[in-house]
Each structure stands twice: as structure tokens, then as C-alpha cells.
Design a protein around this ligand. Structure first.
Ligand code: ADP
Ligand code: MG
Length: 614
């Protein structure tokens, strides 16, 4: 008879193996115990650690407690009070549900639990160590539960050796307690390490809690944000640009109260900050997401640090859009500091009164200044002189039409109004060296770079065109063949569908040659050869700097090449029109390449510079 080869592992060994997954270090124990306390409805929790949790981890709560039977059963693997059927798992509302934490912890440490329900006379004390049987006694205590975990991995030497220094383990423990501190402002939370109280937080508002946890300086650098749609409700805080951190440690995402790490969400936030932070720095963000539990799976990671969403794209869009709008509304404009320390990011000093500004239509109807061909008005079929003047190009403003939401910029949703400066307050406008628009604003001076301002306008317009079927093309009546280098011709063929969406009408015309028969309204007829070639050139250049979305690259290249240039003289009306269009955009303060568009100098700054004291 052959020997039996397969045997079911004894419970103790199975738990030890499972512990390897759930419990990696003292911080994992803290996380599990804190979650159990919160699931038990605790309003007050005390966390005590010694030697970074290597020697002792103790969590005391005032939650519902357990009777004797539950207290003993809770240490069995897959013992849980939180789900009973598979269906419960689909709509999980508690932190725990796998029923393996206590079993895993008890398998690799010396554990004692003291717990009492309101209705019981005395508390139950359960002591359990490694694979030994639990010992039960009784003692007095208030309602609630205390769990002490000593000498983690005492019976798994390889694991024990693997633990890092006390300082490092403390750091990880701190992070776990920190997460609870941030996300549960109703919870009184005390944290003691090696007999020293690290913090003692009282329940209060979220603002108060953040102030307590992060301190005044960091708190002052935060912007509140909120957004919701049928998929998700988001609220939280993001850091003002200019307050980037050297590490990613200041990033917190809580999904239905649970701290998670999710790359999609992080990227959505980074994308909104693009160009607003110095290289190598990371934004602060703290996001609370509420999503129907049936639409997420939190059971994809043993310690439930990750989550899977059924609509990851939708999530990306709404978060990117919310963050972008928050930054834009806060006027994330680089303030000009002339060496002083007024470097207060986020203040533009304009009063925001949305949609107050409207410019009389007739003011734009200037005759075109330099005829360069003819164009057909696509709406009326009328033949018009081509729009060669800058005014005419600014006139081709689609922003006055009812426009669809910009869905092409990942996540931008223009359904809610973005706050804009009150341009009617701008009484004086002046063009400096045909390059900068200077204007007096309520509390100082605003300087706008005309090229990048127009670039921002055209960029957003291009992105919008990509996402609508509405074509807007001016016909070139006498198109000329344009011969391109072979590689440019190849690239153009590749990008052709996108060019068409932008408003170009380009057709093959023999070897390496095309006929540009139609142009977007913001491109001057006559300039088509130059523009197409330059767009292709810039497109290639952008591509060299790293992977980039095709349409985003094309929109940027188009905007940069079609925008008015430094050196183009502008009339006052053109300047006003440009400013009006600029502040209609989602991101009026940074150009698509990250250069600032608007700078301001406050009157206070000028007074200081001139030594005025009145
Ligand atoms: P899970 O949290 O996944 O259910 P655990 O092993 O963490 O599994 O806990 C097992 C059970 O023990 C829980 O379902 C809960 O009923 C009970 N329990 C654990 N900690 C506490 C506590 N602090 N207060 C009350 N009950 C607790
Ligand atoms: Mg648990």
C-alpha cells in the first residue's frame, strides 16, 4: 500500500501560511485591529505600540464587544460576523469580511483579548499563542475590546529577522494610524509609542481634524474640492500648486472610507497638475470617494489595499476634471514676485463674476486687412474675403456658440460654469512690444502673453473639435499642391483622420503631395502650407520628448502654430476679445506646454517696491 501523499494541513499551519499574506509587519496588525474596532462601532480608540510594534501592539476600543462564544470563535479562520452569504460580499459595507485577521495574528504572535458587551457583567479574557488552545478567564472592564499582540513572529524566526529597524516599523505603523486619523474625524484617537503620546485627537469637523493632523502650514496650502455624478461622489482637498512635495507620501485616497492605492486615480490627479508643479515634486491630495459598493471589488488584495472599478475610465475622467476645475477656479496663476516673499500661489486678485462680460458683436466686424484668397462661409455659402486679419481669426470664436462639453481633454466637464474674471473691470489695456497685453485689474496689474493666451484658446478648441462630429471648415478656393518630404507625407497620412476633425480638408495629389482644400476657421488662408508643415514638425518634436496621446499632441502642435505670434500688433478690441476667450477656457493660466499665460503684480507689491508706506 502506498503512503498517503496529500493531507489537509492542520488549522494551525494553515493559519501560519495565511498569516504570511495578511500580516507582513506590525503595521499590518495595526491596520486589521483598527478596522475591527471601526467595524465594531467604536467612537474612541487608543493605539499603543512598543518598539515600533515589534514588542507590543495594543488597540483598545469602546465598540460593541463580544460574548464568550464569539470571542473564542473570532480567532478561527474564516470566522466573521460581517458576511453570511456570497451576496453580502457584493455589497460590502464593513472593513473586514474575510475573517482571517485574528486567526492570522494569533498564529504568529502572543495575543490576548479582553472584551465586554454592554449587557454582560464581566469581560471575557482570551489568551492565545501560536498553535496553542485559547485560555479563557474573566475580568472587569467597560464595554469594548482590547487586543494586545506581543512579540510578532516570535515563532517564525525567518519572518522576525525580516522586520526592519524600530524606526522603520514605527513609520509604517504611524502611516496606518494616520490614515484612520484623517478619514475618521468623528473618532477620538490616541496614539502612544514607547510611553510617549504621539497624538491625541478629539472628534470634530474634517477641517479641524486636518488642521490637527497636518498643521496650519499644510492646511493653508489646501484647496477644497467636490464633484459628483451617477458613478461617484468625490470630496476632499488638493494642494495648491507651488506646494509640491518631494515624495508621494502626501497622497490619500479613501474609497468608501477605506484607504486604497490606485494608479488610475493618481494619474488622473497628476494629469490635472501637469506643468503646475516643478519636476520631481508631487501634489498633495486627499480624496474621499463614495461609490456604490456593487460597482467596486475590494476583494482583489489580501490586505484590501487595491480596488477594481467597473468604470475605471469614467472615474479617471471625473477626477481629472474635478481637480482641474478646482485648480482653475482657484486661479492657479503664478504670481509675480519681484524677489519678495509674496509667493502666494493661487491668488490672482481678480474678482470672479461668471458670464458678466459680453462683447458687442459688431465690434468684431472689421474689414480684413490683407487679402490672401477667398473663403466660403460654411453657414451661408457666401463667398467672402479670407479672414486674414487677426480680428477675423479671433472672430472665428466658437465660444459664443452653444458648445458641447469638452470631453476630449481627459475628464474636463464644462457643464458647470468655470468662474472667470470680471473683464468689464478692465478699463485700461496696453500692448507692450507687440507681445504682452498689460491691463489694470482691481488690485494691480495683469500681464498676459498674447501668443500663449491664444494658444490656450486654440488648444481647447481643437480638443473640443476632436470630440464632436460638427465640422467647421473654410474652403480654400484655389488650393495649391503641397509636396512633403516622404516621412512627413507618411505621418500626415497617419494623422489624416485627426486633421479632418480639426477642420482640415486634405486630399492626396500624387506622390508625396497633397492638396489642402479646407482649413479650420482659425487658420489664415494662404498660410496652409506653412501651417501643415509646421504642425507636422512640432508634432514630431513633441513625440521625441516621450509618449504622448496622438490627439493631445496634434492639438498642441496646431494651437502653437496657428496662434498669433509675439510681434503681431493687436488693436484694443482684439486684446479684449482675446482676454474674453482666454477666460472662457478651462485653464486660463497655463499654456498647453506649461508656460504661464498670466502674471500679476499686486498694487501692494508695487507699493512695497517703491517704499510706500501709506
Ligand atoms: P473580519 O474582520 O474579516 O470579520 P477578523 O478576523 O478581523 O475578521 O475578526 C473576526 C470577527 O471578530 C469579526 O467579524 C468580529 O465579529 C469580531 N471582532 C474582531 N475584533 C473586534 C472588536 N474590536 N470588537 C468587536 N468584535 C470584534
Ligand atoms: Mg477584521
Amino acid at each position: 500500500m502506498s503512503e498517503r501523499r496529500i493531507a489537509v494541513l492542520p488549522e494551525g499551519i494553515a493559519n501560519k501560511i495565511a498569516a504570511g499574506e495578511v500580516i507582513q509587519r506590525p503595521a499590518s496588525v495595526i491596520k486589521e485591529l483598527l478596522e475591527n474596532s471601526l467595524d465594531a462601532g467604536a467612537t474612541s480608540v487608543v493605539v499603543v505600540v512598543k518598539e515600533g510594534g515589534k514588542k507590543l501592539i495594543q488597540v483598545t476600543d469602546d465598540g460593541i464587544g463580544m460574548d464568550e462564544r464569539d470571542a473564542v470563535t473570532s480567532f478561527l479562520r474564516h470566522a466573521t460576523s460581517k458576511i453570511a452569504t456570497y451576496d453580502d460580499l457584493q455589497a460590502i459595507q464593513t472593513f473586514g469580511f474575510r475573517g482571517e485577521a485574528l486567526a492570522s495574528i494569533a498564529a504568529v504572535a502572543q495575543v490576548s483579548m479582553k472584551t465586554r458587551r454592554e449587557e454582560d457583567e464581566a469581560a471575557v479574557v482570551v489568551k492565545i499563542e501560536g498553535e496553542g488552545d485559547p485560555r479563557v478567564t474573566r475580568e472587569g472592564r467597560e464595554r469594548g475590546t482590547t487586543i494586545s499582540v506581543q512579540n510578532l513572529f516570535f515563532n517564525v524566526p525567518a519572518r522576525r529577522k525580516f522586520l526592519k529597524s524600530v524606526a522603520t516599523e514605527f513609520h509604517h505603523v504611524y502611516d496606518e494610524v494616520h490614515h484612520v486619523a484623517i478619514s475618521k474625524q468623528d473618532l477620538a484617537l490616541q496614539f502612544v509609542s514607547d510611553d510617549e503620546t504621539i497624538f491625541h485627537l478629539r472628534p470634530g469637523s474634517l477641517e479641524q481634524r486636518l488642521l490637527d493632523v497636518f498643521g496650519q502650514r499644510q492646511f493653508d496650502a489646501l484647496l477644497p474640492m467636490e464633484e459628483s455624478n451617477e458613478l461617484v461622489k468625490v470630496h476632499g482637498y488638493i494642494g495648491k500648486p507651488g506646494f509640491g512635495h518631494k515624495t508621494r507620501q502626501h497622497q490619500f485616497v479613501f474609497l468608501n472610507g477605506r484607504f486604497i492605492i490606485n494608479r488610475t486615480i493618481n494619474h488622473a490627479v497628476y494629469s490635472a497638475y501637469e506643468h503646475l508643479l516643478d519636476k520631481g515634486t508631487f501634489p498633495f491630495f486627499l480624496l474621499f470617494l463614495k461609490i456604490d459598493p456593487r460597482r467596486v471589488d475590494v476583494n482583489v488584495h489580501p490586505s484590501k489595499l487595491e480596488a477594481k472599478f467597473d468604470d475605471e475610465q469614467g472615474l479617471y475622467r471625473i477626477i481629472a476634471s474635478a481637480v482641474r476645475r478646482c485648480l482653475s477656479e482657484a486661479g492657479a496663476v503664478p504670481a509675480l514676485t519681484l524677489g519678495g516673499n509674496e509667493g502666494e500661489p493661487g491668488a490672482i486678485g481678480l474678482r470672479f463674476t461668471p458670464r458678466q462680460f459680453s462683447w458687442p458683436q459688431e465690434d468684431f466686424t472689421r474689414p480684413p486687412s490683407a487679402p490672401g484668397g477667398l473663403r466660403v462661409d460654411t453657414a451661408t455659402g457666401e463667398i467672402l474675403p479670407s479672414g486674414t486679419s487677426i480680428a477675423a481669426r479671433l472672430l472665428s470664436d466658437e465660444s459664443r456658440q452653444d458648445r458641447p462639453p469638452i470631453v476630449g481633454i481627459p475628464g474636463v466637464d464644462s457643464s458647470r460654469e468655470t468662474e472667470k474674471p470680471d473683464l468689464s473691470e478692465i478699463s485700461l489695456l496696453w500692448q507692450l512690444h507687440n507681445k504682452y497685453i498689460l491691463s489694470q485689474i482691481r488690485n494691480g496689474l495683469m500681464i498676459v502673453d498674447q501668443h500663449v493666451a491664444h494658444e490656450r484658446v486654440l488648444y481647447e478648441r481643437a480638443v473640443r473639435r476632436f470630440s464632436t462630429a460638427m465640422r467647421n471648415t473654410q474652403q480654400v478656393l484655389f488650393p495649391r499642391p503641397l509636396e512633403l518630404p516622404a516621412d512627413d507625407f507618411g505621418l500626415l497620412s497617419e494623422l489624416l483622420p485627426h486633421f479632418v476633425l480639426l477642420g482640415f480638408d486634405i486630399n492626396p495629389f500624387g506622390r508625396n503631395t497633397v492638396l489642402v482644400e479646407g482649413l479650420p476657421p482659425d487658420v489664415r488662408v494662404g498660410a496652409e502650407e506653412k501651417i501643415v508643415t509646421e504642425i507636422l514638425g512640432l508634432y514630431k518634436e513633441n513625440r521625441q520628448h516621450g509618449p504622448m496621446d496622438v490627439r493631445d499632441n496634434l492639438a498642441k502642435s496646431f494651437a502653437c502654430r496657428s496662434a498669433i505670434k509675439a510681434g503681431d500688433p493687436l488693436s484694443e478690441q482684439e486684446m479684449r476679445s482675446l482676454l474674453a476667450q482666454l477666460f472662457e477656457t478651462e485653464m486660463p493660466y497655463v499654456c498647453p506646454h506649461g508656460r504661464p499665460i498670466v502674471l500679476r503684480i499686486s498694487i501692494g507689491e508695487l507699493d512695497r517696491r517703491f517704499g510706500r508706506t501709506d
